[in-house]
Write a protein that binds this ligand. Structure first.
Ligand SMILES: CC(C)(COP(=O)(O)OP(=O)(O)OC[C@H]1O[C@@H](n2cnc3c(N)ncnc32)[C@H](O)[C@@H]1OP(=O)(O)O)[C@@H](O)C(=O)NCCC(=O)NCCS
Length: 165
């Protein structure tokens, strides 16, 4: 998809993206837990992947990362897997839900360690916000997803406007 994009509505599932790493000591704090900033960076990258999939590129930028909860610590040597999916689309912006799982290599059994949202804006090759395809809404679950996401986005924009002053 280029700037003359296909703007037919797209399923959220088509944007589903994953990212996985094995953590190493350079990513840990003195207590052996992985820095929250390391997880946030991965979350941002994984959310951006979903935004790329939905928008078709050529660029996206991060407008906000919020509502992120670190549920359990992640330890050195664990496999971390992130899964993202678009949960809201405005005109040029897209919200991705990002879930993070970790598992020990010796006892593989993924546990959820974090979750949050990223908002990405699709950009043209010239760096201007670009219209993206709407998110397909077919079921009652989709309608509930849309309503909750609209409320989150309204709260974000109110926060952004307050912070700009
Ligand atoms: C994100 C950015 C492009 C928005 O630019 P802008 O001049 O505010 O443009 P607009 O007002 O047209 O906003 C574009 C879209 O982003 C949304 N948006 C902007 N700021 C937002 C925020 N803080 N939270 C949620 N959505 C936001 C707007 O609602 C709009 O959505 P819509 O088109 O779906 O209605 C601009 O603020 C920017 O470049 N920020 C820096 C990005 C960055 O450096 N990120 C880190 C590295 S990737």
């Amino acid at each position: 998809m280029d700037d003359s994009s296909d703007l037919r509505p797209r399923l959220a599932s088509a944007s589903r993206s994953t990212l996985a790493i094995i953590t190493d000591p350079s990513q840990a704090n003195p207590f052996g837990s992985i820095h929250g900033g390391v997880i946030l960076r991965l979350a941002d990258e994984c959310g951006a992947l979903a935004a790329f999939r939905h928008s078709g590129g050529p660029m996206v930028t991060t407008a906000a990362i919020d509502g992120f909860s670190f549920i359990e610590p992640v330890h050195v040597g664990e496999r971390v897997e992130l899964i993202s999916e678009i949960t809201y689309v405005g005109r040029t912006s897209m919200e991705a839900r990002i879930d993070v799982y970790a598992e020990s290599m010796s006892h593989p059994n993924p546990r959820k360690v974090g979750s949050g949202y990223g908002v990405y804006v699709a950009l043209t090759a010239l760096g201007k916000p670009k219209t993206v395809a709407p998110l397909l809404s077919e079921t009652q679950d989709d309608a509930r997803r849309d309503e909750a996401a609209r409320a989150r986005q309204a709260a974000r924009l109110a926060r952004r406007d307050a912070e700009r002053q």
